[in-house]
Design a protein around this ligand. Structure first.
Ligand code: OAD
Length: 273
């Protein structure tokens, strides 16, 4: 049974590699699943971020502002988890395979919903970040942004990691990173209710593509979730890699029920041979 299943999966990798080889414009569309094997919890899987934290509290500007006043301990708990996770996270073999595919001239762009910067850290150059980048800072007063720096982000959050810190609005504000203008820096990420970034770049990329790799996303957050449908309508073939769900089954040409950190190196390895 097991050998037959392995042969079935190998055949899917062969088909996926052939489809990429025969395509002239391949684009990847990624979700949290691509970073799961870097130790970053997804949002909606069992034990995911939205099971342990309320997205309306830590994922909206109003929720954060209110919680900093009423329940700063919950914001600090969230920041501590983010800090601990990100200070350990490094690109996994799925990110690296996508970077190799671009270097081989077979991948035009990576569109990602992830804010963790791991795709760039893996070496990809054309990365469209729909939900922003946690390591880029934006001043809430003068709107100036600073280029992404993982080190600066981790350093700026570290003062809040002190276990002896008594959670209070004053404690959080005193330790918040500040712009030269005096305003507070926030991570340049898209919170619920805010405008998605680089959306026209993403739509242009999928409309030009003749193959879209849909990787590790539940497809539940609009407008990003509209991209596979737009690619399909423009004539692209669609490959979906996701160990547990084929969220785009109505438009998927090949579905591979596997982790991206396993499937992508297999597929990209076949292209090299
Ligand atoms: P979700 O948490 O909704 O979905 C993660 C998907 O990854 C699921 O379909 C899992 O089956 C799949 N998955 C889990 N482990 C995987 C692995 N090792 N390899 C491949 N796939 C795996 O995350 P997203 O679809 O990215 O938005 O969520 C979209 C947006 O919702 C996020 O960008 C975030 C969130 O609210 C904002 O913060 C604005």
């Amino acid at each position: 049974m097991r050998a037959a299943a392995d042969r079935g999966t190998a055949a899917l990798y062969d088909r996926a590699a052939l489809m990429i080889r025969e395509s002239s414009g391949v684009v990847a569309f990624c979700g949290a699943g691509v970073s799961a094997e870097s130790g970053i919890a997804t949002f909606r899987d069992a034990g995911g971020l939205w099971e342990r934290f309320d997205p309306m509290e830590v994922g909206t500007a109003e929720g954060i502002a209110e919680a900093v006043v009423r329940a700063p301990g919950r914001i600090l708990a969230f920041l501590r988890e983010v800090h601990a996770t990100l200070s350990r996270a490094v690109p996994n073999p799925g990110h690296v395979a996508l970077a190799r595919l671009e270097q081989a001239g077979k991948l035009d762009a990576v569109i990602t919903q992830n804010v963790d910067d791991l795709q760039r850290q893996a070496g990809s150059r054309r990365v469209i970040e729909l939900h922003g980048n946690l390591y880029r800072r934006r001043c809430v007063a003068c709107l100036r942004t600073l280029p992404p720096s993982r080190k600066d982000f981790l350093d700026s959050v570290r003062p809040l990691m002190d276990p002896g810190l008594v959670p209070s609005l004053a404690a959080v504000l005193a330790r918040a990173p500040r712009c030269e203008c005096g305003g507070i820096f926030r991570p340049d990420v898209v919170l619920f209710g805010e405008m998605v970034q680089q959306l026209s770049d993403a739509f242009e990329a999928v409309e030009r593509a003749d193959m879209l790799l849909v990787l590790g996303t539940s497809g539940q957050v609009y407008p990003a979730s509209a991209l596979p449908g737009r690619a399909k309508a423009a004539g692209a073939k669609v490959l979906n890699v996701n160990p547990t769900e084929d969220a785009f089954s109505h438009l998927t040409d090949i579905y591979i029920p596997e982790k991206t950190g396993i499937a992508l190196p297999e597929i990209v390895g076949r292209l090299a041979s």
